[in-house]
Design a protein around this ligand. Structure first.
Ligand code: GDP
Ligand code: IMO
Ligand code: MG
Length: 426
């Protein structure tokens, strides 16, 4: 058996949670491979909206094992709150959740270091979610981190105190930063974590594959936030691309099957950093209002802009995407005409790839205008009802990136999901 990988092709918030939830009945295991509580994955069904941060989005479906992989970073406090909320809804989390011993722990002082580092950067701040993600991955690569498996050691508190005290020393270097630490809630959340199913997930996942089980790897953030291939330094601190599923789960590259890339019919970004097709006018405001583009984790307004084909092609390439899901087509129903960036002007030349720098002074998007599909798509449940102009839009994207769009999403609910014939352009 192979592991399919599902991930974001833009700047995050593409709708990964919704599609994982839709696809879960086809899988035995859903495994998150990177990121942490910076993620906010929204699922909607039966009129209720759920936002997950660290727990894989398969958790609402019965008979599915949800694995938090070694590439994930866990804040025990947020993790416990998330589980408590699921248990209150009647979800049997104890039975369906397993956590990698090799996942790293976010300490309260990691969050403080994130805040201090962002404050020190001033206008150049990343716009981080302030969940401690960067400092935790820094400790991981710096070989100082604490892992979930360490909480089973009798020396855990000692090791925790040593790292905490080191962080407090670092925090003292930030001018004017008050380090008021109360870690009692964190330590009690560690006790709770001890009561959960901690596993050697790379072993469990490879055994599951050998036993013929189907696994879906769930990504967080998006390709343009990847530490290597995103708009560095305005990125997150992990590999969000498909290769991250290998290192974040212990799955070999030859075990990867389908790579399912999720993208919105337009673009959004939350936080700082370049965004070539960003709309700073009322068109962008309309998109934000119609798409309810406010962060699922921080509530911040998301920056909005037209679809960017050079960016999408780049993302398809670095991920090896084999199929695509286009989300939020309904949101563009508020426009008569739609613009799409097909190329960039770069140093006086027209180019169709992503150059090293994509700041406004480096690239200027070149647009084409296509007919829209004005009206309300959210009630559509069959392909026959899809407007021809929307199908033409899908075909244009398939032609531009060379990969079929297999899913068209026309609303946030599970039911508002259409499977497309493969490929539409055939
Ligand atoms: P994720 O981080 O990739 O899982 O995405 P988020 O949950 O952060 O953001 C996606 C938002 O769009 C959520 O509020 C979803 O409920 C919503 N959503 C997903 N698909 C659609 C869609 O096709 N149409 C509309 N209108 N909303 C959608
Ligand atoms: P999901 O999984 C959108 C952004 C932050 C910031 C940058 C670095 O819901 O798609 P970090 O806290 O990781 O150090 O922040 O990355 N960011 C996200 N943007 N969706 C996310 O996750 C994000 N996770 C982080 O806004 O610009
Ligand atoms: Mg999100």
């Amino acid at each position: 058996m192979k592991v399919d990988v599902l991930l974001g092709l833009q700047w995050g918030d593409e709708g990964k949670g919704k599609i994982v939830d839709v696809l879960t009945p086809q899988y035995d295991v859903i495994a998150r491979f990177q990121g942490g509580p910076n993620a906010g994955h929204t699922l909607e069904f039966d009129g209720i909206k759920h936002v997950l941060h660290t727990i894989p989005s398969g958790v609402f479906r019965p008979d599915t094992l949800n694995v938090v992989g070694n590439g994930v970073v866990i804040d025990p406090i947020i993790f416990k709150k998330e589980i408590d909320a699921l248990v209150a809804l009647g979800v049997d989390v104890a039975a369906s959740l397993a956590i990698s011993r090799k996942a790293h722990l976010i300490l309260p002082t990691h969050r403080m270091l994130d805040a201090a580092s962002e404050a020190a950067k001033g206008k150049a701040k990343i716009g981080s979610t302030l969940k401690g993600i960067g400092p935790t991955y820094m400790d991981k690569t710096g070989r100082n981190g604490l892992r979930v498996g360490d909480i089973e050691s009798p020396h855990f508190e000692e090791r925790y105190h040593a790292l905490r005290d080191k962080h407090l020393g670092m925090l003292a270097q930030f001018e004017g930063f008050e380090a008021a630490l109360d870690d009692r809630e964190w330590l009690s959340a560690i006790d709770f974590l001890r009561s959960l199913r901690l596993i050697d997930s790379e072993h469990a996942l490879n055994e599951a594959l050998k036993a013929g089980q189907r696994i879906l790897a769930e990504g967080a953030q998006g390709t343009m936030l990847d530490i290597d291939f995103g708009t560095y330094p305005f990125v997150t601190s992990s590999n969000t691309i498909s290769a991250g599923a290998c290192t974040g789960l212990g799955i070999a590259p030859n075990r990867v099957g389908e790579v399912i890339g999720i993208f919105k019919a337009y673009c959004t970004r939350v936080g700082s950093g370049p965004f070539p097709t960003e709309l700073l006018d009322e068109v962008g405001e309309t998109m934000r209002a119609e798409g309810r583009e406010f962060g699922a984790t921080t509530g911040r307004p998301r920056r909005c802009g037209w679809l960017d084909l050079p960016q999408l092609r780049y993302a398809v390439d670095v991920n090896g995407a084999t199929q695509l899901c286009m989300m939020k087509a309904d949101v563009l129903g508020c426009f008569d005409e739609i613009r799409v960036c097909t190329h960039y002007m770069h140093r006086g030349e027209t180019i169709d790839h992503l150059p090293y720098g994509i700041n406004p002074d480096e690239v200027e998007p070149v647009y084409t205008t296509v007919p829209g599909w004005p009206g309300d798509l959210t009630g559509i449940r069959s392909l026959e009802e899809v407007p021809a102009t929307l199908m033409a839009y899908v075909k244009m994207i398939e032609d531009a990136v060379g990969v079929p769009v297999t899913v068209l999403s026309v609303g946030p609910d599970r039911a508002q999901t259409l499977q497309l014939p493969i490929p539409v352009s055939a």
